[in-house]
Design a protein around this ligand. Structure first.
Ligand code: AMP
Ligand code: MG
Length: 343
């Protein structure tokens, strides 16, 4: 199969929509990361997503809609708290877990009684969904186990020969996957942190919980409410360690570990902030220390770069785990197997 990459245009969107409507897969831009889209109501099409990604069948997909009116047939009810979150944060980087209707094939929800729904902010994504005439199930468009793609090039690297088209909408603005929020209970629970932060949810609903697995590795036998958390995502080949503490201490500890690794014949690299001085050691930038949204936008690209360059040790600066920083630390933590040195 030839994989075409086409910049977003009305013609390219129309072509991608025809592919989706005929049961094919399309790599599509969204504001979070690139998605691998299929008609969410077509079980055979949805199964192709799992095949192309090498994704375990018990990891459910998020269903994307182009407007609120498309949601009622997909769910059994919309709790009041979910309505308030929709009003506050849609279109945007937030997925809501809702009780699913019979229209959603069980391949989408991985057998669960619920479905994740998202109304994306990306205009190209919404135009594609609207033109396809169906909701689009779309997980991140990476091969399973690789960092989520934040450019069309990343999608091409992972999906060349597996899908017929990738819509190129430029680099994803947010850079980490959507916040997944279960708003079916009394207190909303953030199952996966993202661009819509706990602080933002709390302002709207007055209360919020963050699932305990967001900042810790899973123990044997743990039951997870968000199946994706079971899987070791985003792990680069390099042995990855995070350093957390006061900036000067972190820089000192990273430099000393870097030099020791190099002396031992390793190929170390630093994921660090622009303002910090690491001498002439190899550094992949996480942007400005004052703007954690830059670390969010760059992290997945940085993890891919580590592998491309054949680095064997990755030393990462932590960010404060508040606001979007929680999403950064969740993804970085999982890349490092939550190996965090407090200095
Ligand atoms: P991805 O599309 O790759 O960002 O993965 C979607 C993630 O959303 C999954 O790995 C799950 O963790 C989460 N998710 C999707 N649907 C549900 C659901 N019904 N209940 C809980 N979590 C879900
Ligand atoms: Mg994913």
């Amino acid at each position: 199969m030839i994989t075409q990459v086409k910049p977003v245009s009305p013609e390219a969107i129309a072509e991608a929509a025809r592919l989706i409507a005929s049961g094919e897969l399309v790599g599509m831009p969204t504001e979070t990361v690139y998605g691998l889209g299929a008609n969410a109501l077509d079980e055979a099409a949805v199964k192709k997503i799992f095949e192309a990604k090498g994704r375990p069948g018990d990891n459910p997909l998020i269903v994307h809609v182009s407007c609120l009116a498309e949601i009622p047939p997909l769910v059994r009810e919309i709790p009041e708290s979910a309505k308030r979150l929709m009003e506050a944060f849609w279109p945007g980087p937030m997925t809501l877990i809702l009780p699913k209707s019979d229209k959603i094939p069980s391949a989408v929800s991985a057998g669960l009684d619920t479905v994740g729904i998202r109304l994306p902010a990306s205009e190209a994504a919404r135009a594609l969904i609207a033109a396809s005439g169906c909701p689009i199930a779309a997980p991140s468009a990476n091969r399973s186990g690789k960092p989520s793609p934040t450019t069309a090039q990343h999608v091409f690297e992972d999906m060349d020969g597996r899908i017929s088209m990738i819509l190129d909408g430029g680099a994803s603005e947010v850079g980490v996957e959507s916040s997944v929020i279960d708003a079916t209970g009394e207190v909303p629970v953030i199952l996966r942190p993202g661009g819509i932060t706990p602080e933002m949810v709390e302002k709207v609903l007055g209360d919020v919980r963050v699932d305990e697995h967001v900042m810790s590795p899973l123990a044997e036998g743990d039951i997870v409410r968000s199946p994706g958390m079971k899987y070791k995502h985003y792990a680069p080949k390099a042995k990855t360690v995070i350093y957390d503490g006061a900036a000067e201490e972190v820089i000192r500890a990273i430099c000393s570990r870097y030099d020791a690794a190099e002396a031992a014949g390793e190929k170390p690299a630093i994921l660090g902030f622009d303002e910090h001085d690491f001498g002439n050691r190899t550094r992949i930038s996480l942007g400005s220390v004052r703007r954690p949204q830059e670390a969010a936008a760059r992290l997945f690209g940085a993890l891919r770069e580590l592998d491309e360059r054949g680095e064997t040790v990755a030393l990462c600066e932590a960010v404060e785990a508040t606001g979007i920083g929680l999403a950064v630390m969740n993804r970085m933590g999982r890349a490092a197997g939550f190996d965090i040195e407090r200095v």
